[in-house]
Ligand binder design. Structure first.
Ligand SMILES: [Zn+2]
Length: 389
């Protein structure tokens, strides 16, 4: 049996969404999907059920499905939780303890009796707090699991790829998360248009090649290269390309890579501390991990194997051609293409196609469908380019 595991991030009214709206599945579309699942007789199970099915020969309902939400957005409490309750489904939220907010408990969709006209009174941009997480966990509707501690990025080599300015500061929000954890609170950056207050003292700072915290060895630049970069960018009209080339051509020691011990400690904190914090705060066992941004290296995998029963894996293409079956004895949770790529674009049809492929068809059919989608899209793009010309 194939068990589809659907990945969502944020659920909100499309008009006003979180900082990057492509992560948001429209509230109405999400409700339509739940209606569809209910009508078709799907039963939601959790990851422990999937594990028991794969490894302990336990039975699960014939039309089982798993719904998951990444990152721990506040709208998961405000909208998703209320709607799941309404339709009788359960789901999993993968959170990063570093992002959990210090805020009062917010009202949710159920509190306003699902009245769409009253949505404007709800606060839903930001991250969840522990009180909301505990309520959801205790309800049995949401199963809270780990998405690592920080979900951040770090420099990974001494190769300069950009220079920090007013124009690109929004692209490097993680740079400020790293400089102080209080900046991770959504009120400081999410939904903000003006990031200029973050730039104080950082204008002209070199941005080195970077990567996901669990996929790299961290590089820490030294003062000398930072000073050089700031000096070269003092003039407001500096030529960025020239500065980057100049910085890269300097033959000097630009910083240091973390030691083996340091990266070991950092990886352990990301994977084990996150688990411990959630277990303590919510008084539960955390056994499942979702890789932040889907990336991980050998060291991360080794620690995850020791400390978690299973972890997610996304295919590069964005499509997932692997399935959760009893035959596949790896500790991997294969997830279907998520709401934001497909469901918003094709509305409910995309969701039905995804489910259909994942329940009934073999890899080859899914691949064929994906290739057709790509070719249609490229033809569409060509037409678009032609029209602009
Ligand atoms: Zn994430």
């Amino acid at each position: 049996m194939h068990v589809p595991v659907i990945m969502y991030h944020s659920i909100a009214p499309k008009e006003k969404t979180i900082y990057n709206s492509w992560l948001t599945t429209d509230l109405k579309i999400f409700e339509k999907q739940l209606e569809y699942l209910k009508k078709k007789g799907y039963k939601s199970i959790n990851l422990q059920d999937l594990y028991n099915y794969k490894f302990k020969n336990q039975k699960i309902p014939k039309k089982s499905i798993i719904l998951t939400f990444d990152d721990g957005y506040l709208d998961n409490y405000v909208f998703a939780y209320s709607l799941l309750k309404k339709y009788g489904f359960q789901a999993t939220i993968f959170i990063n303890p570093n992002f959990v907010e210090n805020a009062k408990k917010r009202e949710n969709f159920e509190n306003i009796k699902f009245d769409l006209r009253k949505i404007k009174d709800l606060e839903y941009i930001g991250y969840l707090n522990w009180e909301e997480l505990l309520e959801m966990e205790n309800s049995g509707i949401m199963d809270i699991q780990s998405h690592s501690l920080s979900h951040t990025f770090y420099f990974k080599s001494d190769w300069v790829v950009d220079i920090l300015t007013e124009k690109n500061i929004k692209d490097y929000y993680w740079f400020f998360w790293n400089s102080s954890t209080d900046k991770k609170e959504a009120i400081h950056w999410m939904g903000k248009k003006d990031f200029s207050s973050f730039l104080k003292g950082y204008h002209g700072y070199p941005i080195f090649e970077f990567g996901n915290s669990l996929g790299i060895i961290k590089f820490v630049p030294n003062e000398k290269i930072i000073r050089l970069s700031k000096n070269l960018t003092k003039n407001k009209d500096f030529n960025k390309k020239e500065v980057i080339n100049k910085l890269n051509s300097y033959r000097l020691n630009k910083g240091i890579l973390e030691t083996k011990e340091e990266s070991n400690n950092r990886y352990n904190a990301e994977l084990i501390d996150s688990k411990k914090v959630i277990e303590k705060k919510l008084n539960k066992k955390v056994s499942f991990l979702c890789w932040p941004c889907g990336s991980f290296n050998k060291l991360a995998e080794k620690i995850a194997n020791k400390n978690y029963l299973m972890y997610t894996k996304n295919e590069r293409s964005g499509f997932n051609f692997s399935f959760n079956t009893r035959k596949d004895k790896r500790k991997i949770i294969h997830r279907c293409n998520d709401g934001h790529v497909f469901n918003n674009f094709f509305s409910i049809i995309g969701f039905k196609i995804t489910l259909f492929c994942h329940r009934n068809y073999k890899h080859i059919y899914a691949r064929f469908l994906y290739l057709s989608y790509l070719s249609i899209r490229s033809v569409y793009k060509q037409i678009e380019i032609f029209m602009i010309k």
